[in-house]
Write a protein that binds this ligand. Structure first.
Ligand code: HEC
Length: 157
């Protein structure tokens, strides 16, 4: 069939009956869309607690162990806790925060959290998964770096 033959086809029944309203306003679809917008807004608003918090810190001079710890931290933990624990992500808190001063977060607790993870507790970022790729030895290096940071940033007690 060529183009000319196509256009000479009879008109459809809708086209020959002009009194039939062609477009009713799609009330149901509009209501559905509006409902979805309202639900999406509520969802977004309920997540506004998950804002990123940025800490400003000083970096002390580091020894070899602490330099190694810093590298492991920044390749493994920083995606959630920010570079050098300064936060500024939406998926984890800054570690350089008064909640994590030495008096509130012991060395033992720090190592345990790396090994086992921790449920959502002090923050609104969800839980922290166990860091199974971090060996005990590497965890101690991270801790050594973290303690050096705590010391110079008035979080050492
Ligand atoms: C997938 C994201 C993610 C990764 C990766 C991650 N964490 Fe976390 N971490 C979290 C979240 C979320 C919390 C907050 C839990 C809460 O609400 O108390 C947290 C909390 C912590 C805490 C505080 C625990 C407490 O008792 O208050 C420490 C310490 C910590 N993380 C260390 C680390 C270290 C070290 C690494 C890397 C080896 C790491 N995290 C990797 C998400 C992460």
């Amino acid at each position: 069939m060529n183009e000319n033959e196509k256009s000479s086809q009879p008109l459809s029944s809708r086209e020959v009956a002009p009194n039939v309203p062609r477009h009713r306003p799609p009330i149901k679809i509009m209501a559905l869309v509006l409902g979805l917008v309202v639900i999406a807004s509520i969802f977004v608003l309920s997540k506004t607690d998950r804002r990123s918090i940025k800490a400003y810190i000083n970096i002390p001079e580091l020894n070899e162990t602490q330099i190694a710890g810093r590298a492991i931290f920044n390749s493994t933990c920083a995606k959630c806790h920010g570079i050098d624990g300064t936060g500024d992500t939406k998926i984890g808190p800054p570690l350089m925060h008064p909640y994590h001063r030495k008096g509130s977060l012991s060395d033992e607790r720090f190592l345990k959290v790396i090994r086992q993870g921790t449920p959502e507790d002090k923050w609104k970022y969800g839980h922290m998964p166990a860091q199974i790729d971090v060996s005990d030895d590497d965890a101690k290096k991270i801790l050594s770096f973290f303690n050096a940071l705590r010391e110079v940033n008035k979080m050492g007690n």
